[in-house]
Design a protein around this ligand. Structure first.
Ligand code: SF4
Length: 432
């Protein structure tokens, strides 16, 4: 090849033609901010801060508590905005542990991404369409797919066990807003009809009788709110079922209340279950939810993934589009943006830690954003097909031919699409 080695050397020494779209390593240092800088935590000792009990007792539940923590850093304007949101729009009650408050930038709480989704403000919701017309409680129809109460069976080989309906923290966009947490001014929560002891028996009986299930996600709510002896007993009972090969424990408290997992009794219980499994916990993996203004740009998502991987040895593997529950329009991203995001993050992270950007399509399940069958960008309607059957499909003979829909937020549509939704009725929608 003409000029071979010299040309290669020339190419190797050349600088990229411009700045990389994403710079690694990130400029911001990877350290826990000192909580004592916040007025409400000025006198908190390390022993208190590291206590899960102290964190739970001092979690904030209202704007008054927020003021105590942030002092004058919380402007009257933002405080009122958050208080009005709780009255007019919030689907989740306020509950944020000190650990999470400490990750917020008190110098600009209005812009802080963690504040934006944990402490929503009413002025940030979409004014005209705060909810998509097709948004609904339990938008994924999980309760309809309960094989027994609290056990969702919607994929062929895996199930989700909802073992608790509370969390140590409540997230504004929670997809299980139908069930999780106390009622808010807007939402009366569903309550389990049966007690845990009864549900546990029914769940275990169903799983023993269903050899096609190999994988159980133990979730809620948040398993950090399950007494550890109860959780251990349930996991051990699952392990006694021969065909259950994977047990996944789901918790957001690893970031919101890590103190919980560092308590001696919790560590010992987790170590015992790991011993029985005869291998260590394989890894800790992260499923993120894409939220506009929080993490839904390639730069933000890459920064988050590198932090997880380098700083916490947590493997990012899914980034979900936000589900269509009420009042989430300002957080949701349209499908085309999610597709661009997937392209934008390729090539930086190791392949095994590059999250797949997925959409959890109602009545279908999670699908990769580029799997879409048909997409009307003007109206923001995407259509999807499924490639497996679940117990729920026993009632329909055409499940594999059916099209399932997901809808972009209306405020992201072109003006003609927005106008269509303003005058839309559902008969017209069905015929499109
Ligand atoms: S931790 Fe999970 S279940 Fe609990 S409020 Fe947040 S999103 Fe919902």
């Amino acid at each position: 090849m003409a000029g071979g080695a010299d040309s290669v050397r020339e190419i190797e020494s050349e600088e990229p033609p411009g700045p990389q779209p994403f710079r690694y390593p990130p400029a911001q240092p990877f350290t826990e901010p000192d909580w004592r800088r916040l007025p409400g935590f000025r006198n908190v000792t390390s022993a208190e801060w590291e206590s899960a009990r102290w964190q739970r007792l001092h979690s904030i539940r209202d704007v008054r508590g927020l003021r105590e923590v942030f002092g004058t850093r919380l402007s009257d304007d933002l405080a009122e905005d958050i208080a009005q949101d709780a009255l007019q729009r919030a689907t989740m009650t306020m509950l944020v542990p000190p650990q999470m408050l400490n990750t917020m930038d008190e110098r600009d709480l209005r812009a802080d991404p963690v504040r934006r989704y944990m402490l929503p403000a009413v002025s940030e919701r979409c004014a005209e369409f705060p909810s998509h017309p097709y948004a609904m409680r339990d938008s994924l129809h999980e309760a309809e797919m309960w094989a027994v109460e609290g056990l969702t069976h919607r994929y062929p080989t895996k199930v989700l066990a909802e073992v608790v309906a509370t969390c140590p923290q409540y997230c504004g966009h929670c997809t299980r807003m139908d069930l999780v947490g106390p009622s808010t001014a807007q939402v009366n929560k569903y309550a389990f009809r049966t007690r845990w002891a009864e549900r546990e028996l029914a769940i275990l009986d169903y799983l023993r009788d269903t050899p096609s299930v190999r994988d159980v996600v133990v979730s809620g709510g948040d398993i950090a709110n399950v007494p550890i002896a109860r959780l251990e007993a349930f996991v051990m009972a699952l392990m006694d079922i021969e065909h259950i090969r994977d047990i996944r424990l789901a918790s957001k408290s690893l970031v919101a209340l890590p103190q919980h997992f560092l308590q001696q009794d919790v560590l010992e219980a987790l170590a015992r279950t790991a011993y029985v499994l005869e291998f260590d916990f394989r890894d800790v993996r992260n499923q993120a939810v894409l939220l506009r203004g929080v993490n839904a740009t390639p730069e933000d998502l890459l920064a988050l993934c590198f932090r997880l991987l380098d700083g916490a040895r947590i493997t990012p593997y899914y980034a979900y589009m936000c589900d269509m529950v009420p009042n989430t329009e300002h957080w949701r991203t349209p499908l085309w943006e999610a597709q661009q995001l997937q392209s934008g993050i390729m090539g930086y992270l190791p392949g095994y830690a590059t999250p797949r950007v997925v959409c959890d399509v109602p009545m279908l399940g999670k699908v990769w954003v580029h799997q879409v069958s048909d997409y009307d960008r003007e109206l923001g309607i995407s259509q999807w097909t499924k490639n497996y059957l679940t117990p729920l499909d026993a009632r329909s003979s055409d499940a594999l031919d059916r099209r399932f829909r997901y809808y972009d937020p209306i405020h992201t549509l072109p003006e003609s699409g927005q106008a269509w939704w303003r005058r839309a009725d559902r008969r017209e929608l069905v015929s499109r």
